[in-house]
Ligand binder design. Structure first.
Ligand SMILES: [Zn+2]
Length: 182
């Protein structure tokens, strides 16, 4: 659901690196299954990876490593893309690191309106004092769970439409265009 934002950023500034933006835009959510499986009921399902401080440090480092070392292998394996070309695009450069960082930051910014709590300014601001605007708008009779559900559905519908438009626009050389961007 975060891919369209990564794609949009790569179109806004051609110097940005699409693979870095893509990987960066999903990395914050790697903490979600870990927290749910191992810390269910003890810790919330969003934590440091959804904070700006986490995005600018650990999130950017993990994203950069994955983009440079893993992304070329997986995309050439599963989508039959030219490995030499992807490796060239995924070379370690300042633009790639910046793209990974922006991917992480925009993931967190997109999450804010639709989550009932947000670690964005952790540890400076209490995450539970930052309630997503869409959650509040749709919290009928103060039902935050309902607001959260509707906000997520709306985000899903909106991002699916955006994704559909990207696929239509990129239908020639689909995988190359949506995974490498060149
Ligand atoms: Zn997230």
């Amino acid at each position: 659901m975060h891919y369209p934002v990564a794609w949009g950023l790569s179109k806004l500034d051609k110097r940005l690196n699409l693979p870095g933006l893509i990987v960066g835009s999903f990395i914050p959510d790697i903490e979600v299954p870990i927290l749910i499986i191992f810390f269910n009921g003890v810790l919330p399902d969003h934590l440091i990876m959804h904070s700006l401080i986490g995005a600018l440090t650990i999130g950017t480092i993990i994203s950069t490593l994955i983009t440079v070392m893993v992304y070329p292998i997986l995309t050439s394996l599963f989508f039959s893309l030219d490995k030499v070309k992807i490796k060239e695009v995924c070379r370690l450069t300042p633009a790639l690191v910046l793209s990974c960082m922006l991917g992480n930051v925009f993931h967190i910014l997109l999450d804010i309106p639709m989550h009932p709590f947000n670690f964005v300014l952790w540890p400076l601001v209490d995450p539970y004092s930052i309630v997503g605007i869409l959650v509040l708008v749709f919290a009928v009779d103060g039902n935050i769970s309902l607001g959260f559900l509707i906000a997520r559905i709306l985000n899903f519908v909106f991002m699916s439409l955006f994704m559909f438009a990207i696929i239509i626009k990129s239908r020639k050389n689909l995988w190359e265009q949506i995974l490498i961007g060149k």
